[in-house]
Ligand binder design. Structure first.
Ligand code: NAG
Ligand code: NAG
Ligand code: NAG
Length: 263
């Protein structure tokens, strides 16, 4: 069966962006300024897909593998779904080229969703959710778990974000998994950039002009050293000077992840 693999629009489901915030889930483009990854380079990377027609799947968010049955994503990716009985949602491990089956793909139905109790859609506070798979991932060279940071561990320097999407907003979508190195921006600088009153400590900003995650990368990982430092959450457009990408800072949610994960 042929697949529809393009990043799909969820603007209606997510409502109007607040204060010009553009949710990274509700557009058609992805990683800005990226380069192509190698197959298996990021074995914890998941394509989060919606079965839009029987047998036809659309990539619309990223996610990361936490354990056999649990994936970590953004709450903005699952807003409006039936959390106890989600319909037509799948995570795909071992995915590389969305247009071409390699045989490494593991497409697993999502059977339950846990969203952070204090997730705030308009303000994108606590933008984190866990997905339960109907069956276990099979771990191999192409599929594996991500490492979590220590509680409240702070990140700095150059990190990497990953996703399926465009090199920039004007060129057609790339079906191949892309990566881009993004420098961490301090909370102070990011707060000034966005002029947000209630800037959250549990946000982590990263990116520079032309180097950013973008829409449809939502829920995907920001990797510092070798750990999951952030989850793609929001930003003002993509790759604009003075507007870094804003990520959910995973180190603030370690207890929450451990106590809500599926086993
Ligand atoms: C698709 O996958 C096959 C088998 O893995 C490979 O031989 C072929 O070159 C791929 N095609 C593209 C366009 O990547
Ligand atoms: C978890 O995955 C590993 C590797 O695929 C497998 O050996 C193990 O049996 C799985 N555990 C459960 C509880 O399914
Ligand atoms: C991050 O990478 C850039 C470009 O490669 C480099 O100029 C910069 O020094 C690096 N920063 C750190 C903190 O490593």
């Amino acid at each position: 069966m042929n697949l529809f693999v393009f990043c799909i629009l969820f603007t209606v489901a997510f409502g109007a962006p607040h204060k010009n915030r553009v949710f990274r889930a509700n557009g058609r483009v992805g990683i800005t300024g990226g380069t192509i990854t190698e197959p298996g380079e990021f074995p914890y990377m998941l394509s989060f897909q919606d079965e839009v027609l029987p047998g036809a799947f659309a990539h619309y968010c990223g996610a990361s593998i936490y354990n056999n049955f649990t994936s970590i994503t953004a709450a903005t990716c699952v807003y409006g779904e039936d959390f106890e009985n989600p319909q037509s949602l799948f995570v795909v491990a071992g995915e590389y080229n969305l247009d071409n089956e390699s045989g490494n793909e593991q497409r697993i139905k999502v059977t339950k969703i846990v969203v952070h109790d204090d997730f705030h859609l308009d303000l994108t506070y606590n933008d984190i959710a866990l997905l339960q798979g109907e069956k276990s991932f099979e771990f191999n060279d192409m599929v594996g778990v991500v490492t979590l940071p220590s509680p409240y561990q702070q990140s700095s320097g150059n990190c990497t974000t990953i996703g399926w999407g465009d090199f920039d907003i004007k060129t057609p979508s790339s079906p191949i998994l892309l990566k881009v190195d993004v420098p961490i921006v301090s909370d102070e600088e990011c707060k000034n950039d966005y002029r947000i009153h209630n800037f959250q400590d549990s946000w982590l900003c990263a990116g520079s002009e032309g180097k950013d995650s973008c829409e449809c990368d939502n829920g995907g990982p920001l990797i510092c050293e070798n750990y999951l430092a952030g989850i793609v959450s929001w930003g003002y457009y993509c790759g604009l000077s003075g507007y870094p990408g804003v990520y959910t800072e995973v180190s603030y949610y370690i207890d929450w992840i451990k106590s809500n994960a599926f086993y």
